[in-house]
Design a protein around this ligand. Structure first.
Ligand SMILES: Nc1ncnc2c1ncn2[C@@H]1O[C@H](COP(=O)(O)OP(=O)(O)OP(=O)(O)O)[C@@H](O)[C@H]1O
Ligand SMILES: Nc1ncnc2c1ncn2[C@@H]1O[C@H](COP(=O)(O)OP(=O)(O)OP(=O)(O)O)[C@@H](O)[C@H]1O
Ligand SMILES: [Mg+2]
Ligand SMILES: [Mg+2]
Lengths: 256, 256
């Protein structure tokens, strides 16, 4: 009940939002009750599913920082079975706001506690940072997923991230278990994808999902129509990849 | 003296680091004395210029947060005329650390003050957020530059950013002037580049640099060799684009 999965990587532009939105949509298409929580001030996940800027309040910032009832910060999406708790610019100063709050690493955990029984899955889209919002996502999640682009700066970011997550786990004593690494925007016309993709598999072995998300322009187009990829272009390679990916994620979750 | 240029965009993966590194390198190649300040916990800019993880301390975190003399946090790069103040993971908790500090928005400004006379240009690479490090970069900078990828989520991020910068300026009363928007990773084989690139030019007019940085795999490869693009492959389209871009930036700076 309420299996919570966080999409985490402080490296920017690696496909956290694209993966969160399409994982959530695929799970909803399979008949699960899903909540997508947008923890990014950019509101990328909310906009990708068709919410407009005028329709972002109250959202996750108000539920975590201002004491608004979490249920009041949730909206239906156009996809049946998928609800969203939108992100907004108020999240940009979460760290400053939470700095002096008691149990600042667990505010999201307590906001989501009452909701878990109403959903089968809760998917958390994180901002590209290791600040308190991401720390909160890690302590609320049962599992965390790391999307990575197979290029040099992406790989370096991964090494950073894994160290930092270990430190957070040691510090707070609570964090989801590592569901795995998913290679995104892989472009096998480029040597760098082969080389760095290979190096990541070499170093992290079975922790890397077998399913890769290859570069596919339809994934870049879908957000401007407010649609997940299954809705926008069910037959494209990006949609197939995210359906495969969701299957593999469920298998890994079952293996715990 | 010490003209300071900040690369700012809270959207991740839009080419902030790639632009900061290659702008700084082109300015140094032109004979200017340049300092590149890496304000990102990922240390992408530092690694892109060949620093190793073991060689990041003391860096910008120690100079801004721990009172280390700024001059002691600077190293030479392999490029003559270009020095670096490295980033490190200690920057990840800058917001929490600075939350209670007096004049927290001006700590970078005072750290850089003594250095300005030693450099012609200071280039600031920012993390993908609007937290205190980016606010500090905005208040220290004479000019700020916004790299944007011509896609839907990139464009939406830009609308967000421009609002936020106006608010920061109004709040603190001090921030660099807007040097412009540079389109990065433009791929004219994709409709989305034409469409969104056109929409950005339509909305922001002359604020958008004429020079565009097109997608070029050599730019993705160069960081793994610790080289700027001019050093890695002087004749490639990415190197030409960044030389053109630097010329246009200098022209825009002269026009103030
Ligand atoms: N497989 C893919 N093929 C092509 N484009 C993609 C793919 N995955 C994501 N994109 C595009 O790349 C850009 C970055 O992806 P996305 O915004 O999901 O990354 P992110 O990690 O969430 O970024 P941020 O760090 O800003 O939160 C977006 O414009 C997105 O549409
Ligand atoms: N014009 C280009 N063509 C191809 N690849 C590029 C180009 N510009 C940047 N890249 C690559 O895209 C990735 C993202 O670029 P970069 O790291 O510079 O963005 P950023 O905005 O600094 O990211 P972050 O938000 O994490 O700081 C890097 O792997 C980089 O090498
Ligand atoms: Mg995102
Ligand atoms: Mg960067």
């Amino acid at each position: 009940e309420g299996t919570t999965i966080a999409l985490v990587n402080n490296k920017g532009g690696v496909g956290k939002t694209t993966t969160a939105v399409n994982l959530a949509a695929c799970l909803a298409d399979d008949g699960h009750r899903v909540l997508l929580v947008d923890l990014d001030a950019q509101s990328s996940a909310s906009l990708s599913l068709g919410l407009t800027r005028a329709n972002l309040f109250p959202g996750s910032a108000e539920a975590i920082l201002d004491g608004v009832q979490p249920r009041d910060a949730i909206r239906a999406s156009r996809i049946s079975g998928l609800s969203i708790m939108p992100g907004s610019m108020s999240l940009a100063s979460a760290d400053i706001y939470l700095a002096d709050v008691e149990n600042r690493e667990l505010v999201l955990h307590s906001a989501l506690k009452q909701l878990r029984s109403e959903y089968d899955f809760i998917v958390l889209d994180c901002p590209p940072s290791l600040g308190l919002l991401t720390v909160n996502a890690l302590t609320s999640a049962d599992f965390f997923l790391v999307p990575v682009t197979p290029d040099y700066l992406g790989f370096e970011g991964l090494l950073n991230l894994m160290d930092a997550v270990d430190r957070i786990k040691a510090g707070i004593g609570k964090a989801g278990s590592f569901l795995g690494i998913v290679l995104t925007m892989a472009d096998y016309r480029q040597n760098v994808t082969k080389e760095i993709g290979g190096a990541i598999r070499q170093k992290y072995g079975h922790l890397v999902f077998l399913t890769e998300i290859k570069v596919n322009v339809r994934l870049k187009e879908a957000p401007s129509f407010g649609k997940a990829i299954n809705e926008y272009d069910k037959g494209c390679s990006g949609a197939k990849a995210y359906r495969e990916f969701t299957k593999e994620a469920l298998k890994r979750i079952d293996q715990g």
